[in-house]
Design a binder for this molecule. Structure first.
Ligand code: HEM
Ligand code: NAG
Ligand code: NAG
Ligand code: NAG
Ligand code: NAG
Length: 322
């Protein structure tokens, strides 16, 4: 009888563990993961990121978006870094890859880290650290990144369809984040990543041409701002690189994005939708009026997003599986 109860208990316990693992809540990452095996990994990555951004100020935005994209498809497993192979089209060659660039920065960091401690530091960890550095070096907060991610062996272009689209409304965004264990609070804080970088016309043209059968322009857009977007992105836009910065200070990690959002000067429908519920609007207002509150919330949510697990090996070359 006692044995039976013990079995029953362990069965129940296994189910709980399995359930947690499935929800990616089993946290095997730690801040001091490489303390013994590669103590200089972080400083090495930081200097590679610093050097790259001095040459090209668009690098930090690219690294932050790359990490987000990585974590949302198959967990933070470096799948976004893999090259296509003969029979397989990889994520980076999938349709919404328009802003993905600066993969060379991760390659350079990996090379430098491999020279110090071969086959030790995963590409997924390098990307998570580089994204943190991108934020910090752009004037944003810093934080300890939990480490110990493993790299995945699968990357499929078709799966990038699972990324949230810039045309999403609040309930679609909520669903996309909830599927990854992220809350509405996380959604509002992480959307603040749009304090850095740039968007191509194709990502927001739904708001400025043929918005609805009644209005050609999204009425929530401030009118002079809408006019300026229309002038850089005419209906029959042919300039491949045309587009707009995501906020007025696109290389500074600040709370400007939220201030502009409240003025109808955000770029995507998905940004604008954050003020469509009282709860999310209150958060937007809080972050618009307090840089500190934004930074605190962003760090908390970044650690949550960057802990979504996946992967099983430490890749030797970030572009190919072992
Ligand atoms: C909430 C759902 C999100 C949607 C719908 C979304 C959508 C987009 C789109 C469409 C672009 C522009 C692509 C282009 O036209 O070049 C973009 C850029 C960007 N996104 Fe998001 N994003 C979301 C969340 C995030 C998150 C969570 C982060 C990071 C914390 C992030 C960071 C960035 C950055 C930094 C850029 C600029 C990239 C560059 O300039 O290279 N986004 N996003
Ligand atoms: C991956 O693809 C890039 C760009 O297409 C190419 O330059 C690079 O040599 C490839 N790397 C590997 C290891 O296949
Ligand atoms: C995006 O995908 C296209 C088409 O598959 C590909 O030619 C291009 O190199 C990709 N861009 C990046 C940055 O990987
Ligand atoms: C959001 O979009 C979905 C899919 O188009 C739609 O079913 C839903 O009603 C929309 N929700 C709101 C609040 O507009
Ligand atoms: C907007 O809709 C009209 C009528 O349906 C069409 O003729 C026009 O090409 C559309 N414009 C764009 C930019 O899609």
């Amino acid at each position: 009888m006692a044995a039976k109860n013990t079995n029953m208990l362990s069965l129940i316990f296994s189910f709980i563990i399995l359930g947690l693992a499935h929800l990616n809540l089993v946290n095997t990452l730690s801040a001091n993961y490489y303390d013994q095996t590669c103590p200089n990994a972080e400083s090495t990555i930081t200097s590679v990121v610093k050097k790259a951004m001095l040459n090209d100020p668009t690098v930090p935005a690219a690294l932050l978006r790359m990490h987000f994209h990585d974590c949302f498809i198959r967990g933070c497993d470096g799948s976004v870094l893999l090259n296509s192979t003969g029979k397989n089209k990889a994520e980076k060659d999938g349709p919404p890859n328009i802003s993905l660039h600066a993969f060379y920065v991760i390659d350079n960091a990996k090379k430098a880290v491999e020279a110090l401690c071969p086959k030790t530091v995963s590409c997924a960890d390098i990307l998570a650290l580089a994204a943190r550095d991108a934020v910090t070096l752009s004037g944003g907060p810093t934080w300890d990144v939990p480490k110990g991610r493993k790299d995945g062996r699968v990357s499929k272009a078709t799966e990038t369809r699972q990324l949230p689209a810039p045309t999403f409304n609040l309930s679609q965004l909520q669903q996309s984040f909830a599927q990854r264990g992220l809350s509405m609070d996380d959604l509002v804080a992480l959307s603040g990543g749009h304090t850095l970088g740039f968007a191509h016309c194709s990502s927001f043209q739904n708001r400025i041409h043929n918005f609805s059968s009644k209005q050609s322009v999204d009425p929530t857009l401030e009118s002079s701002f809408a006019a300026s977007l229309k002038s850089v992105c005419p209906a029959k836009n042919t300039a491949k690189n045309a587009g707009a910065n995501l906020d007025a200070t696109p290389t500074t990690f600040d709370n400007r994005y939220y201030k502009l959002l409240l003025q109808g000067k955000s770029i995507f429908s998905s940004d604008q939708s954050l003020i469509n519920s009282a709860k999310t609007k209150a958060l937007v207002s809080k972050f618009a009026s307090s840089q500190q509150e934004f930074q605190k919330a962003f760090v908390k949510s970044m650690i949550k997003m960057s802990s979504i697990s996946g992967g099983q090996e430490v890749r030797h070359d970030c572009r190919v599986v072992n």
